[in-house]
Design a binder for this molecule. Structure first.
Ligand SMILES: Cc1ncc(C[n+]2csc(CCOP(=O)(O)OP(=O)(O)O)c2C)c(N)n1
Ligand SMILES: [Mg+2]
Length: 370
């Protein structure tokens, strides 16, 4: 018998590491020098104003839902910096592909608060953005828009247009096949798309630890041959810088990126949810110490660029804008009933025509509640 202690020859086939970037800590102190552009206080004030505007919109929208004037609503409380950081890094001609919790970014892109109210009030005209005409509408099916984003990026490639796509979806969405397929396809074809995972630690009541056994969600990119990294999602500078760099790479033909923005959902999943049934107050309270607005305000105050008067003025202006938008939404007449039927087919099938006739006849005899 031959005895041997030799092992089969083994070498490392692949190696990866996932970085984590933060510039601004929860106390508002810089822990790394800011990239050029972001060091300009005027820029920081613009980002701060966008965060505050988004939070004001969320507050108003929740209040409107609670008083029966809006449908079920998904607040972005606590994670505003993800969408603001990403959208503010884009060029106007790029395309933003949001899920349903990205209004902070949609507002930066030029979607109006009135349009957002319309959408959440159940009126599809709210998805017909007057500003960013080619941004995709809100996407409620989890993760399906990741594939749409890859498709838009493929179109840019085929048309040789120097544009790029930013798609945002949640931690829960990364468990969907759609997202894995989108990563894979975009990786193979080096498509100009930046996938931002807004990891708010929860998918309704499913905590991050039950979502995936992977140490990070960013590393899901590695299997698709795409660089993946984590950033502090409550640091608007970190999100902005990472997305800006990824967009630059995408435009230069360098392909796709995945950025996992680590944040926390401070509110309920939607107004139809009660998160106190599945997570404890102490956890939420601890995360309030890390939220994105307080730290940026502390930074600006320490710079000597922000004071009580500035804050007062910003809050007043924002409130006036949001209140006016909600009034305009409430004053918008509903669309004609026939429009439910009119836009799916070029030639309406007979059964749909029958439904339409029936609906119109019944509406003519039933008073509609205004
Ligand atoms: C395809 C699909 N399955 C299930 C749902 C129901 N649903 C709505 S939100 C949600 C959780 C999403 O979690 P995550 O991706 O982390 O996004 P978040 O809500 O935290 O922003 C689920 C399962 C859905 N909208 N679409
Ligand atoms: Mg989530």
């Amino acid at each position: 018998m031959i005895e041997t202690t030799a092992r089969p020859a083994r070498r490392e086939s692949a190696h990866f590491e996932i970085g984590y970037t933060r510039y601004l800590d929860p106390d508002g102190k810089l822990v790394a020098p800011l990239p050029p552009g972001l060091a300009d206080p005027v820029r920081a004030i613009a980002l701060y104003s966008a965060l505050v505007r988004a939070r004001s919109f969320d507050q108003k929208a929740v209040a409107m839902q609670r008083t029966g004037r809006l449908g079920t609503y998904a607040s972005s409380l606590g994670q505003e910096a993800v969408a603001v950081g990403a959208a503010s890094a884009m060029r106007p001609e790029d395309v933003f592909v949001p899920s349903f919790r990205e209004h902070a970014g949609q507002l930066v892109r030029g979607v109006t608060p009135r349009e957002l109210f319309l959408y959440w009030g159940g009126d599809e005209r709210g998805n017909d953005f007057s500003g960013p005409r080619e941004d995709l509408p809100n996407c409620v099916p989890i993760g399906s828009h990741a594939a749409h984003a890859a498709g838009v990026a493929l179109a840019f490639r085929l048309r040789r247009e120097p544009r790029a796509v930013v798609a945002i979806f949640g931690d829960g969405a990364t468990s969907k096949g759609d997202v894995a397929e989108a990563f894979n396809f975009a990786g193979v074809w080096k498509l100009p798309v930046v996938f931002v995972i807004s990891n708010n630690q929860w998918a309704i009541s499913v905590p991050r630890r039950n979502q995936s056994a992977a140490e990070t969600l960013a590393q899901k990119a590695i299997a698709a041959g795409i660089p993946g990294e984590q950033v502090d999602g409550n640091d608007v500078f970190a999100v902005h810088a990472a997305v800006a760099a990824a967009l630059e790479r995408a435009r230069a033909g360098g392909g796709t990126s995945v950025i996992e923005a680590v944040t926390y959902r401070l509110g309920d999943h939607t107004t139809a949810d009660d998160a106190s049934r599945y997570r404890n107050d102490a956890e939420v309270k601890a995360h309030w110490q890390e939220e994105p607005i307080k730290r940026l305000e502390a930074y600006l105050v320490a710079l000597g660029r922000w004071g009580k008067d500035d804050q007062e003025r910003l809050l007043q202006e924002t409130k006036a804008e949001i209140d006016a938008a909600s009034a305009a939404y409430l004053a918008t007449a509903p669309q004609a009933l026939a429009t439910i039927f009119d836009f799916t087919y070029a030639n309406m099938p007979a059964d749909l025509q029958r439904q339409k006739d029936g609906a119109l006849a019944s509406a003519a005899t039933t008073p509609v509640k205004g």
